[in-house]
Design a protein around this ligand. Structure first.
Ligand code: ARG
Length: 462
């Protein structure tokens, strides 16, 4: 038989052991213990501040809770399934330590506003950690981009060679995605950082509590205006999971590119031994497990977002036990995003090398300069659509002749159109093709250099 539950007085008989296990959340909500203690300490202070309990009692509760924290940190306090959840576990241990005064802690509070407080305190910390990791990630992207302004790489649309770009420009695209992720999390934070403490079970409390007092102690920006909303809102969790999912989209897209780039078909990068793995049967293999795992783990985070949305849909006010299901998805998403950001940062920083020789060749072996030929004519007065049609034919005949545009003789160019002159050759070199795209936000070297300066400025915002 299981130990008596905190609420057992109202019941005739004990909980079935399997149901006790089914009901318990301690195996995962132990993750919240330090936040639970911090939240309870603020609550205890408020109870004393408002005269609901004496100052001595308030201090005894505060210190007792601090002892629970120390015992937990030292591994001496490890609550099991009997505790049901972390909130009961802490209260029970506090009462063992502090005596009867421990039983006063739960005055004017419910586990419903308590768990909401804990989850927000946890998420607040985690959001700041993830934002710092995003900064590290962005820094690595800019560091590599700065060294590769003049490194050219084929640019694709439809995964077909389109126009060459600066490798820095390509990496800075991911920098911008990470910048939005960083900003998005700041925005999410503002709605995570609202205190539900004092909403009680659902309707508030009969005691003269001071919700702003606890909110201040816990550095919340504001308090929930409506108690029913305060205990049952999980919008902040949905928003966080959405932001986490978008981070994963970005990491997964780059992962996919790295996997392609490492393939024999592309050969744009070499994976270093520190970040690649071998096969159990094929001795020659070197596999991009890191980006593959990031791509794969993306699915879990999307799943947690979906699960949270479905948990909330159709939930009547206010708290329902369904809400206990929010935690594992939040924890797993936090851990997954953090692990993926760390792994990708290491991978970029020291786990791969761009094959400069191969990239330099790659950008010369296709028709990715065809637009530039059309632009050349258009700049000399030929209407663009007409120029486009002319170049389309040139591409067709060149392919048939097994030639690239750079291989055409000047006479051939002039036969195609009299506007062509000797400077056409320079205009279609990959370097010039890239340099010429000097429109704002384009891949032209001047633009990219300016973008790098802007990126450093963005990074200086903490
Ligand atoms: N373990 C619960 C949870 O995570 C705590 C809140 C329980 N509230 C209740 N009314 N049973 O949601």
């Amino acid at each position: 038989m299981t130990e008596k539950q905190t609420w057992s007085q109202r019941f005739e008989s004990a909980l079935h052991p399997a149901i006790a296990r089914f009901n318990a959340s301690i195996s995962f909500d132990i993750e919240l213990i330090e936040y639970d203690i911090t939240g309870s300490q603020a609550h205890a202070k408020m109870l004393a501040h408002t005269g609901i309990i004496s100052h001595e009692e308030g201090e005894a509760l505060f210190n007792g809770l601090e002892q629970v924290r120390q015992e937990y940190r030292q591994g001496q306090f490890q609550p099991g399934v009997n505790a049901e959840d972390v909130h009961f576990a802490v209260e029970k241990r506090l009462t063992e330590i502090a005596g009867d005064v421990g039983k006063k802690l739960h005055t004017a509070r419910s586990r419903n506003d308590q768990v909401g407080t804990d989850t927000r305190l946890y998420l607040r910390d985690q959001i700041q950690q993830i934002r710092q990791q995003l900064r590290d990630w962005q820094t690595v992207l800019v560091d590599i981009a700065e060294k590769n302004v003049e490194t050219l790489i084929p640019g694709y649309t439809h995964l077909q060679r389109a126009q060459p770009v600066s490798l820095a420009h390509h990496l800075l695209a991911y920098f911008q995605m990470a910048q939005r992720d960083w900003e998005r999390l700041e925005d999410v934070y503002s709605r995570v950082n609202i205190s539900p403490l004092g909403c009680g079970a659902l309707a508030g409390t009969t005691f003269p509590i001071d919700r702003h007092y606890t909110a201040n102690l816990l550095h919340f920006d504001n308090v929930y205006a409506n108690s029913l909303d305060g205990v049952s809102d999980r919008d902040f969790a949905i928003e966080f999971l959405c932001a986490a999912s978008i981070i994963m989209v970005h990491l997964s897209r780059l992962s996919e590119e790295i996997i392609l780039w490492a393939s024999e078909e592309f050969r744009f990068i070499t994976l270093k031994d520190s970040c690649a793995t071998g096969s159990s049967i094929m001795p020659q293999k070197k596999n991009p497990d890191v980006p593959e795992l990031v791509r794969g783990k993306t699915g879990r985070v999307f799943g947690h977002l979906q699960a949270m949305l479905v948990i909330m849909k159709g939930l009547p006010l206010a708290y329902n036990k369904d809400l206990q299901e929010d935690k594992e998805g939040i924890f797993d998403s936090v851990n997954t995003v953090k692990a993926c950001l760390e792994a990708m940062t290491i991978l970029l920083q020291e786990g791969l090398e761009f094959r400069h020789q191969r990239l330099a060749t790659a950008v010369t072996e296709d028709f990715a300069n065809a637009t530039d030929v059309a632009d050349y004519l258009a700049a000399r007065g030929v209407p663009f659509r007409e120029a486009y049609n002319i170049v389309g034919k040139v591409v067709k005949t060149s392919i048939a002749a097994g030639k690239l545009l750079k291989d055409l003789h000047l006479e051939e160019w002039q036969e195609i159109h009299p506007a062509f002159a000797a400077d056409i050759y320079e205009a279609i070199t990959p370097r010039q093709v890239v340099a010429a795209r000097n429109s704002y936000g384009g891949t032209g070297f001047l633009q990219v250099r300016q973008a790098l300066i802007n990126a450093r400025t963005q990074l200086s915002v903490k």
